[in-house]
Design a protein around this ligand. Structure first.
Ligand SMILES: CC(C)(COP(=O)(O)OP(=O)(O)OC[C@H]1O[C@@H](n2cnc3c(N)ncnc32)[C@H](O)[C@@H]1OP(=O)(O)O)[C@@H](O)C(=O)NCCC(=O)NCCS
Length: 148
């Protein structure tokens, strides 16, 4: 049975490194806003082992004229146990936290390989493809919290 917990940012680093930044270092796994007051980090535990993470930040995006924008970042599930709904469970917890705090829009910088996952959760592609150094092509994806 999966258990989702609010975790300190330091606990996200190994999964951030192993899944999202295998060619980088722990210092590259520390992001702006990680310790902001409203930021939350969630971990998914299976048999007491951390198998997935997600972080959420109150963060404006220049493309949207709205103060209540939140960003999903560092969404990751370890290999071999994907496609079992664990990322969806984590995303739901993070979104619920943002909604309780007044989110009107939730957005992310999505890797091309993760677009299908976010589309399943009603995020829409926005703008042009862009490159993130050392990681690859991304798109901004935005969810309007008032549209199903
Ligand atoms: C993207 C990721 C987090 C998805 O995790 P997951 O646990 O496999 O996702 P879920 O099982 O909750 O998937 C929910 C739905 O999205 C679909 N889905 C998941 N990943 C998908 C993908 N890459 N492309 C298309 N659909 C996808 C699933 O099939 C499932 O659909 P269903 O409800 O019809 O069965 C995981 O593949 C991962 O960690 N990838 C590497 C890190 C990464 O790219 N993170 C995103 C950074 S932007």
């Amino acid at each position: 049975m999966i258990q989702i917990k609010n975790i300190p940012v330091e606990k996200t680093y190994t999964v951030r490194l192993n899944v999202l930044r295998p060619h980088q270092s722990i210092s590259d796994c520390q992001y702006d806003g990680d310790t902001d007051e409203l930021t939350k980090h969630f971990g998914a535990y299976l048999d007491n082992k951390l198998i997935g993470i997600v972080s959420i930040y109150k963060s404006k995006i220049k493309h949207i004229d709205d103060k209540n924008c939140w960003q999903i970042r560092a969404m990751a599930i370890i290999k071999n146990i994907r496609k079992k709904g664990y990322a969806s469970s984590l995303l739901k917890v993070a979104e619920t936290y943002a909604l309780k705090n007044g989110a009107n829009y939730i957005w992310c910088n999505a890797r091309i390989s993760a677009i299908g996952f976010y589309e399943k959760h009603n995020y829409k592609l926005y703008g042009d493809e862009f490159n993130v150094k050392d990681i690859g092509p991304h798109y901004i994806m935005i969810k309007d919290c008032f549209v199903d």
